[in-house]
Design a protein around this ligand. Sequence first.
Ligand SMILES: Cc1cc2nc3c(=O)[nH]c(=O)nc-3n(C[C@H](O)[C@H](O)[C@H](O)COP(=O)(O)OP(=O)(O)OC[C@H]3O[C@@H](n4cnc5c(N)ncnc54)[C@H](O)[C@@H]3O)c2cc1C
Length: 431
Amino acid sequence: MPGKKFEVQAINDDILAKFSLKNRYSFLNNNLMAILSTKEFNFLKEVQRFCMRFEKKNEITHGPDEDIYDWVPAFGEKGYITRQHTFDMCDVHYDNWGLAADFLRNLAIDMFDPQFAMGGGATVLAVNPIYEHHDDVPIRLEALKDLVTGKAPGAILITEPERGSDAVHQLTTCDEQPDGSFLINGQKIFNTNAPKSKWLVTYATAEQNNGNTMAQFLVNSEWEGLLVERVNIPWVPKLYLGKETFANVRVPKDYVLGGVGKGRGHMFEGLVPERISIAIMGLSECWGALAHAIIYANNRKQFDQMILRFQGVGFLLADLWSRTTNVTLGLLKFCESFDEKYTKFQGNIPKNISQAMVASASQFKYHASKLAKKVCYECANNMGGAGLCDNTLMHDYLNISRIQEIVGGSRQIQQYIMSMSLRQLYKMSVP
Ligand SMILES: Cc1cc2nc3c(=O)[nH]c(=O)nc-3n(C[C@H](O)[C@H](O)[C@H](O)COP(=O)(O)OP(=O)(O)OC[C@H]3O[C@@H](n4cnc5c(N)ncnc54)[C@H](O)[C@@H]3O)c2cc1C
């Protein structure tokens, strides 16, 4: 375990050494070995090998002084920003791609550093709409390549100071000009990576509060009239979130990903992969926290016994472990069948199937983020003081896991979507 991370060492040398990234990966791999296909398992190990070497070579301690954005180019060069797609249209080719591959990529990277993994996830939210709507326009392909190869992080700008959950009734306006460009005015907030990003994907509306007039734009953060300020989120102190003020920002025609009327559809089409990615992130956090707590419980002694042998500790870990394993299995199955259908229908999944996937994505996002909050807290709690001090990544897990229920649509919004799906299902099932 790197030694400079903490102010004062609270955990003894032996146990600290056992928390190495290698051991935590090994714990994860022994859990997944029987479940993953050979191809999947090899890919997981490939990303893990890279993370271990990267950590060692760069003497990364995960301490407060490190800038996680410095690591983006190296991961981008290896193709580890996203594996949801292959990007042949901008000369970036992957053999291993799809939601399942991206699950494994994220598992490895999250165990390396959870805040870094979350920042990468936010870049992917900018990648996906450009991937869907590049229309072979050179500047869009250039932005896509920058993002997937780690030249620049990216951000998605949906949330506004006065419009959070109610994302379709936006106040940021776009006025079309005679030459096909648009002028954007308004404010966005809580946009992960924005202060560090070159490329932003934003939404605005021709008429305030009218979802039918939404449009979607690719924006260069250096354009005139755009002010990007950092919003501090203490639970993820290494991530840079933005508050953006658009004052007559001119967006040239080539940067319009979806004109007036197309924005809402574009926003909803990205929601299934986004919510699945948040579920993946939540589960990766569960595995990271469990790996720490289980290693600790097998080594920490009290009353002259390893604490795993006390029912209060061992049975709790068994409960958290079984829940995490089960949801992992379910999510992996979902990802694999999503990939199968995506390939079969060449990206155009039929409406009835994609509608069912909207409900599943909400179920997984809801369940996995709730589980992450529980598992990460209980694992930290089970480690006593060792789970709360700054000697390990446990405090990162504790804090970041509490955020997953808010991002990508809050817990209550997922419940609302699922309850509406129950109405649909009822109508489909009962004459
Ligand atoms: C760390 C972090 C990263 C983020 N990253 C991004 C990003 O990259 N891009 C981006 O655009 N946004 C991002 N967000 C914003 C996030 O998506 C919003 O915070 C979220 O959608 C909730 O919006 P809000 O904060 O305005 O809360 P509100 O919508 O004001 O909600 C407040 C409370 O009311 C509840 N509520 C609201 N409406 C209903 C309803 N109809 N039924 C029941 N309950 C309801 C909510 O569940 C919540 O508990 C991020 C936020 C955080 C904290």
